[in-house]
Design a protein around this ligand. Structure first.
Ligand SMILES: C[S@@+](CC[C@H](N)C(=O)[O-])C[C@H]1O[C@@H](n2cnc3c(N)ncnc32)[C@H](O)[C@@H]1O
Length: 274
């Protein structure tokens, strides 16, 4: 897991994000969720997908939700902002959690959004602690998916809903690397959708909703062309999170989607009462 941790550990991330905002001419006292979206919602279809997941989740303001693999917390904050829920985010990367905490304070959201560095395989919470959970594009880095999902099930109250928005394998292999979540195959563990759904059930969930979003992912990346020369990168973007080869990674994701090597699944799984 060490190499996954170091992949997601850029130096001085918070200050790089602040420099990007400054270069864009943003007034730091009035920074909004939308201003940060290019860097803090690191998943396919960004804030559009997060808003769809919020609708799908139907979490209510009285709930306490766990975001597993929250990155720098963009979706954690958006979920709290749009629903009024308290949301706790955990992520393997201390550097991401440091940036997530400081961005949360910058937006004055620290009352309802809490963040911790922790592994999804060993959640530092009591059994039945949360009303709901979500995980957005983290499973790709997790080899032991059963332990991860059993941990999520353990900390959820009976009947609690887990919303997962995850890249899976598909009909063809191998995957072209690098991709946004992995430099090479040693960091990427994709199961085809049917096998992923089997693991979700084995961990103690019933599957309530299962939507294949692969076509929307293909559309989102359809304009990607093979990069050449020095990359022309924006002031604020996910290159700050995973490196300046992000255009190559995005182009490979486009190829993997088009060649049916990866798929995109959105699901709601409910913790069984028994
Ligand atoms: C592609 S990013 C998505 C981040 C965030 N969910 C978002 O949508 O912006 C994948 C995240 O999963 C985290 N991650 C990977 N393996 C993990 C693990 N075993 N436990 C906790 N977090 C993990 C990484 O550190 C990274 O922040």
């Amino acid at each position: 897991m060490k190499h996954i941790h170091s992949y997601y550990s850029p130096n001085d991330l918070y200050n790089k994000i602040i420099s990007g905002l400054n270069e864009m001419g943003k007034d730091l006292s009035g920074v909004t969720l939308d201003d940060l979206q290019p860097v803090d919602e690191f998943h396919i279809r960004g804030d559009v997908a997060t808003k769809e997941l919020i609708k799908l989740a139907s979490f209510t303001p009285d709930m306490h939700i766990l975001d597993v693999g929250c990155g720098v917390g963009g979706s954690t904050r958006r979920l709290s902002h749009e629903t009024g829920c308290c949301v706790t985010g955990i992520d393997l990367s201390d550097e991401y959690i440091d940036a997530a905490e400081r961005l949360t304070r910058l937006l004055n959201m620290q009352e309802r959004v809490k963040l911790h560095a922790a592994s999804a395989l060993d959640l530092p919470f009591d059994d039945n602690a949360f009303d709901g959970a979500w995980s957005i594009q983290m499973n790709m880095n997790v080899e032991d998916k059963l332990s991860w999902l059993e941990e999520v099930c353990r900390v959820l109250k009976p009947g609690g809903r887990a919303v997962l928005y995850e890249v899976c394998g598909y009909k063809n292999t191998p995957v072209h690397f690098p991709v946004p979540w992995a430099q090479d195959s040693s960091m990427s563990f994709l199961l085809p959708p049917e096998q992923f759904s089997d693991v979700i059930r084995s961990a103690g969930f019933d599957i309530d909703v299962w939507n294949d979003k692969t076509d929307l992912a293909q559309k989102a990346f359809s304009q990607m062309t093979e990069p050449s020369g020095e990359p022309d990168l924006p002031e604020l973007g996910v290159h700050l999170l995973v490196g300046n080869d992000i255009l190559t990674k995005a182009y490979n994701l486009h190829r993997n989607l088009d060649e049916e090597r990866v798929s995109l699944i959105e699901t709601v799984a409910v913790k069984s009462d028994v």
